[in-house]
Ligand binder design. Sequence first.
Ligand SMILES: Cc1cc2nc3c(=O)[nH]c(=O)nc-3n(C[C@H](O)[C@H](O)[C@H](O)COP(=O)(O)OP(=O)(O)OC[C@H]3O[C@@H](n4cnc5c(N)ncnc54)[C@H](O)[C@@H]3O)c2cc1C
Length: 396
Amino acid sequence: MTCDFLIVGGGIVGLSMARNLRSRYPDASIVVIEKERDVGMHASGRNSGVLHAGFYYTADSLKARFTRDGNRAMRDFCMEYKLSLNPCGKLVVARDENERQTLHELLRRGEANGVDVRIVDEEEARAIEPNVRTYREALHSPTTATVDPAEVLRKLRHIVVSEGAKLMLDTPWMGNLGNNHVLTGAGVIDAGVVINCAGLYADRIAQAYGFGERYTILPFKGIYLKYSGEPAPVRTNIYPVPKLENPFLGVHYTVTVDGTVKIGPTAIPAFWRENYRGLERFRPDELGEILWYDAKLFATDRFGFRKLAFEEFRKYSRRHLAELASEMVRRIDAERFDTWSTPGIRAQLLDKEALELVQDFIVEGDGRSVHVLNAVSPAFTCAFPFTDWVIDTYFR
Ligand SMILES: Cc1cc2nc3c(=O)[nH]c(=O)nc-3n(C[C@H](O)[C@H](O)[C@H](O)COP(=O)(O)OP(=O)(O)OC[C@H]3O[C@@H](n4cnc5c(N)ncnc54)[C@H](O)[C@@H]3O)c2cc1C
């Protein structure tokens, strides 16, 4: 088989790439290979479904560049195709004076990125969300919204296929045979360009083409608890102030499209890449590599890894996770956080030399192969403008 563009990975990034390529190159042959039986089986179908606004990221980052526009583009997409969208907004709350200062840093970042955010006092915060608890002020983001990620993926799959791309499910990328001959589970495909959007395995595939040598993926598991009580305890997403030195936003309240409230996700170090449950998909080679880097981070305590790991493993306790969430509201029946919901795993890139978690998206490649690395949160929000930019950068 031959094609002009071979996309590896049927997550939000791979499918958005296929859709954007089709609109740029109406006559090109586009193939998407996905190792699972359906699209969106990993991060893209297992996330919080929050369309972020774009105030966390410094103005020089790709994330800042694409979150604001991605939020708008994904909202438009949901409206055009009548998909669920909950424009519930978001409050970031503080616990003390230090955190209140960080709210102002987030405000500065938001303003620099052209995002609609403002600081509100406690009274205004309560007018937005009567149950919220904060120290003196909160940051309000009216453009944060939630979508149903699985529904978005289904619609994208339908569009991509109906516009003529070939989607090959149950078809893993298995090796680079050289000269853009790609060994897949369905035989060899000769591709004009290979575009690697393989999420948790993007580093391995990039390295087979001589890219991404500096990095490895460290998986971090995000688990969620659902609230079963009535009425729902909050109607707005509520987030804590994040630690700006690491890429995780902290356990927060998400109000899903149907009004269900869940808390999470955690950022618990995972032991292999698809370590969702028990020993499923156990890979000893991955375990060895991950333990090696976790041990290095633990020994050097880079970016406070020891505390992070300790605090995160504690969140396997339902009671502890519910207690953390209780701090952000005035009243809640913590016992009603009683159902674990589908976990997700972040494909977080580690810079092996600097021993740092990479904060921004990384793209490497040349005219023959392009590799999307570190498509971590909020890559779901960013996917449409981000993949457009990749195409502009590498194929023009
Ligand atoms: C817990 C959690 C919460 C999050 N919350 C949010 C949020 O609220 N908002 C937001 O914007 N973002 C969020 N994110 C981030 C967002 O989900 C991801 O950034 C995004 O889904 C990444 O998309 P992707 O297409 O790169 O990866 P994926 O969805 O992982 O897709 C990669 C695909 O490649 C396939 N693949 C891998 N190897 C191969 C191979 N060898 N051959 C063929 N196919 C292969 C995989 O099966 C997979 O389907 C969250 C992520 C997590 C984990």
